[in-house]
Design a protein around this ligand. Structure first.
Ligand SMILES: [Zn+2]
Length: 319
């Protein structure tokens, strides 16, 4: 093979390689232009999905853990519910013994039953805070006169409050469903009164998951019932319900000009002079009572009063 031939062959190989490089470069460029962005997008999507999947997987595991915890909590709560009921029964047994001792003078202690009518109100939470601070138990006589709403806070239901009262060991009493004591209302007959009581019982049982109030407070007090009072109390007895008025009127419902925290304190100081067991009437909507409550508790505590929630067997509950 001559020199020129060899050079010619080398030249065509060179051209071939150049063309090949050109083709490869074109391929690379088109891959760069078309394929890479396409797969790049796919990769991105895939990465997003896989991290989402990972996230939802761990969320799922978290939810399963939460679910197990909730089930365990439910079991513990059910057990606790039984404990609370038997503890409450035990407490009320001691309370009844204490009442007897206070009455016959063998105990130097005194007893105060704080009662709040007409709730639930949002203000009830403020009262609960005060009672928690002083470790005081009270009684809430509830009605559904305002439907399932809180008159002083529109975005919360009345029924959401019921368990709040129970949670801290307070007693829930029945203040009738309608609280309507004008003509044609609950005092038009024993039957219409009892209907309102039963309806309120049902509402309470639904809101609390089974709590049945056993103490009734008449709207306006039992005196307001007039001629049907006897028939009503007969019916209440038959149904196993007790009822109670009050021994001290805090004055909080006497109208703006006739009540104030000062007047409330005056009422209570006056009553504390004579009453070894007192039942004070307050209203859950009263700002004056909310303001007076810490002083009321501190004063009565100094006088030797113990604060108890009302219970069916209390000497103060008629039956
Ligand atoms: Zn009332």
């Amino acid at each position: 093979m001559g020199e020129t031939e060899r050079q010619g062959k080398r030249g065509s190989w060179g051209n071939f390689i150049l063309i090949l490089i050109g083709i490869v470069m074109l391929a690379v460029i088109s891959v760069g232009i078309v394929v890479v962005p396409k797969y790049g997008k796919l990769f991105k999507e895939y990465r997003k999905y896989s991290s989402e999947l990972k996230e939802s997987r761990s969320e799922l595991a978290e939810a399963e853990k939460e679910n197990k915890k909730l089930l365990a909590d439910r079991d513990a709560l059910q057990a606790l519910d039984g404990d609370v009921q038997s503890m409450q029964a035990e407490t009320f047994k001691y309370a009844a013994e204490l009442e007897a001792a206070v009455k016959n003078g063998s105990s130097s202690k005194k007893i105060c039953y704080i009662t709040l009518d007409d709730g639930p109100y949002y203000r009830g939470k403020k009262f609960l805070d005060i009672f928690n601070k002083y470790d005081v138990k009270a009684t809430f006589f509830l009605t559904t006169a305002n439907g399932d709403t809180l008159p002083d806070k529109g975005d919360e239901t009345a029924s959401s409050m019921y368990n709040e009262y129970l949670k801290y060991g307070h007693t829930i009493g029945n203040h009738t469903y309608s609280h309507n004591y004008s003509a044609g209302g609950v005092y038009s007959s024993a039957d219409s009164f009892m209907k309102s009581i039963r309806k309120q019982d049902k509402f309470t049982e639904k809101a609390t998951g089974g709590y049945k109030p056993v103490i009734v407070r008449f709207p306006g007090g039992s005196g307001t019932a007039g001629s049907v009072l006897g028939d009503i109390t007969e019916d209440l007895k038959k149904e196993g319900d007790g009822w109670i008025d009050w021994t001290v009127d805090s004055s909080d419902s006497w109208g703006t000009d006739n009540t104030s925290p000062k007047i409330i304190m005056k009422q209570i100081k006056e009553a504390a002079k004579e009453q070894k067991i007192m039942v004070i009437l307050f209203h859950e909507w009263s700002e004056n009572s909310e303001k007076a409550m810490p002083q009321v508790i501190e004063y009565l505590d100094k006088q030797g009063y113990i604060f108890l929630p009302l219970f069916y067997d209390s000497v103060m509950v008629e039956k």
